[in-house]
Design a protein around this ligand. Sequence first.
Ligand code: ZN
Length: 177
Amino acid sequence: MPLIPIRQYGDPVLKARTREVEEIDGALVGLIESMIETMYAAPGAGLAANQVGVQRRLFVYDAGEGARVVINPRIVESDGEWAYEEGCLSVPGLSWEIVRPNAVHLVGLDVDGNEISIEAEEFEGRVFQHELDHLDGVLLVERLQEEQRKEALKILRGRALDLDAADPDGLSSLFAR
Ligand code: ZN
């Protein structure tokens, strides 16, 4: 299965809410396999479908027990608070300490269409919340405190300007938006 380019900060596909999966067919299974390979190659612990340009509600992850997929995921309950240094494959090379609920109860479907229900905390719970945000068109930058966020946007805007200077043909407009 081929690797798929991971969309980067500034790509509008990352800002749009994804749609429910209606049918788990061969094409979707192929996409899931490619997403898992792409996640490991990056390397990362999670990858949402819209990070590879597909506007559907599913993500793959590996929180230490092998690759899994969750289709049409929903968080039905969350509890506690946990601070964790969080990064994102679509915002490479940067990370911030972000406080989110510690424990979450996630429901969804597996690749065979069976209902799954997972109670997760700490790292696994964080991966679920991060990937769910992606599927709702939310990037981790939007979860930062105001000062952190200003600093982050300065860095990200600087990157867009660097790309403009290095790329007079304007290919970087993909990133700069
Ligand atoms: Zn991410």
